[in-house]
Design a protein around this ligand. Sequence first.
Ligand SMILES: CC(C)(COP(=O)(O)OP(=O)(O)OC[C@H]1O[C@@H](n2cnc3c(N)ncnc32)[C@H](O)[C@@H]1OP(=O)(O)O)[C@@H](O)C(=O)NCCC(=O)NCCS
Length: 172
Amino acid sequence: MQVLIRKLQQEDSKNLRALKLESLEKEPLAFDTSYEAANNWTESEWMEIMNDYLSPSKSIFYVAESEEYLVGFAYMRFFNKEKKKHIIEFGTLYVKHEFRNKGIATKLFEKIIVDIRENHPEIIKIQNSVYEQQIEAIELYKKLGFKVYGEFEKELYVDGKYYKQLAMELFL
Ligand SMILES: CC(C)(COP(=O)(O)OP(=O)(O)OC[C@H]1O[C@@H](n2cnc3c(N)ncnc32)[C@H](O)[C@@H]1OP(=O)(O)O)[C@@H](O)C(=O)NCCC(=O)NCCS
């Protein structure tokens, strides 16, 4: 199985939208946005989101592609405030079920790190937050060097239940 890790392109718009919807439907406890809300995005709302993903001053966005299909994505976003320009925030990370545990998320992360080191030497820290039940993600982030520095109680509310969020950070 050949998997290509590359930067997001405008031509990925339709496929990324479908994969993002899939991620929200299959992993309702992993992300802030609900499937229902995303499923109702208008074309212009989606274009606005896509423009942010593609904007080099706003985000660094990489996708994993296998046989012309997108099978995963990861992005980080800049804090565009003068006093926080040394920090980047992990936006999202997702790999399709059947492609998991093959190192794809790790490769997506590593590509972003190389990009940061080459193009954004001012960045010294990655901030990340993850909901407590995303065990795979928590273990992966720890393996990549992230440390938990805080916990936020009742940060996510899904189907009548509250979930805790862990705050993590990694110094480059
Ligand atoms: C988290 C996620 C992106 C990982 O993708 P992946 O391509 O399978 O990850 P990799 O193959 O690069 O890394 C595998 C590592 O993940 C962790 N992991 C994977 N499955 C695990 C499990 N069942 N239990 C504990 N840790 C697990 C381990 O650290 C593993 O490393 P190891 O094999 O050396 O133990 C994927 O599981 C996913 O999309 N999950 C749902 C969405 C999500 O939680 N996103 C993060 C939101 S903050």
